[in-house]
Design a protein around this ligand. Structure first.
Ligand SMILES: Cc1cc2nc3c(=O)[nH]c(=O)nc-3n(C[C@H](O)[C@H](O)[C@H](O)COP(=O)(O)O)c2cc1C
Length: 348
């Protein structure tokens, strides 16, 4: 099966089937409500900066697609709305354009989004198949600010036509990081602190945890006929756990993603210390419709974030990061077993 039809399968399955599985861990985390916020909602400021770029909101449209006509429209709609909102955006895997120059157009969005923080994308398996210069050229292809390398061993292992040789990937990442800025991202199974430390030492600029609890690539591949997909639908590190592990063990900027579904999830991520909060699946339906639908979705998430901030008495993100958080249940157990003291979040 060609990469093009596989990409079409992915989009169609994500639109028609329930591809979400598990829990993110954010359901175990609570803010302490403030009945006397002493601020004006209209003054709540959600601007931030990421890797030196100023953003109007700490929100990232995560990598979704590319390589087909439908993907082209999706990317343009997402990018236009990202430009209007001043938020960051990732493009889907550029793999298809590495072999077919004609497909480059399906990834290019600078005509509608000249100023956004734009993230290119390629999978771990491609690092072995193409030389360093070819991989580096992905940035110029779309005039991106940085390249995301997606780590997706779960998906590759349950996919019928997956690439299953994961040896020497870290070395490739180290080599690339010497000349370009890399974001290492998962795709829904999370990044442990051990992996985060390896990536930090390899020289990546940021990590996107893309934890478990949202889109399950195992389920997507199950719907495509992968026989192990259903069995592994709940494999992975919940997003909140992965985020807290990474934030406690590495100094890099960390992006929270994987199952974030509202501005409250975004607020919790930021309060825990994330630099940005990313969402993929929630933007797919709007992007299939119109660019205005994407903009509406971004606005809704921003408002939910601002309401959450007002309800804990924070008029900016720096203040939000100091608010107490109560970490309970399975998330607390997991973190404590990994040696992280969750009481420090409740007492700050
Ligand atoms: C239709 C679809 C296509 C995706 N394609 C890519 C991709 O090409 N590269 C990548 O790094 N992640 C890709 N992802 C993964 C997302 O970027 C994200 O890590 C994951 O879906 C978890 O976020 P969510 O729960 O908000 O969807 C895709 C996700 C969806 C839903």
């Amino acid at each position: 099966m060609s990469i093009k039809s596989r990409k079409e399968d992915h989009i169609n399955i994500c639109l028609k089937k329930n591809v979400e599985s598990g829990q993110t861990g954010f359901e175990d985390i609570f803010f302490v409500h403030n009945s006397l916020p002493e601020l004006n909602y209209d003054d709540v400021d959600i601007t931030t900066s990421f890797l030196g770029k100023k953003l109007n909101a700490p929100i990232l449209i995560e990598a979704l697609t590319g390589g087909t006509e439908k993907a082209k429209k999706i990317n343009k709609n997402l990018a236009w709305a990202a430009q209007q909102s001043g938020i960051a955006m990732g493009i889907g895997s550029q793999r298809a354009a590495l072999d077919d120059k004609a497909l480059e157009e399906t990834y290019k969005v600078r005509d509608v989004a000249p100023d956004i923080f734009l993230i290119g994308n390629i999978g771990m398996a491609q690092l072995k198949k193409y030389d360093t210069d070819k991989i580096k050229s992905l940035i110029d292809m779309i005039d991106a600010d940085v390249l995301a390398i997606h780590l997706n061993p779960l998906q590759e292992l349950v996919q019928k036509e997956g690439d299953k040789d994961f040896s020497s990937i870290l070395e490739k990442i180290r080599e690339l990081s010497k000349s370009i800025a890399i974001i290492a991202k998962e795709t829904g199974a999370g990044i442990s602190r051990e992996t985060a430390s390896q990536l930090e030492k390899a020289g990546v600029s940021a990590i996107d945890v893309a934890g478990h609890g949202g889109t399950s690539w195992s389920l997507v591949e199950y719907y495509r006929g992968g026989i192990h997909g259903k069995t592994f639908e709940n494999w992975g590190i919940p997003t909140a756990v992965s985020l807290i592990e990474c934030l406690n063990y590495v100094k890099l900027p960390i992006i929270s993603s994987g199952g974030l579904r509202s501005g409250i999830d975004v607020a919790k991520s930021l309060a825990l210390g994330a630099s940005l909060a990313g969402l993929a699946l929630p933007f797919l339906q709007p992007a299939i419709k119109t660019k205005e639908h994407v903009l509406e979705k971004i606005k809704k998430i921003e408002e939910e974030l601002k309401i959450s901030m007002a309800l804990v008495g924070s008029s900016n993100i720096v203040s939000l990061k100091q608010r107490p958080l109560i970490i309970t249940g399975r998330t607390r157990q997991w973190l404590e077993l990994r040696g992280i003291d969750v009481k420090k979040y409740a007492h700050r």
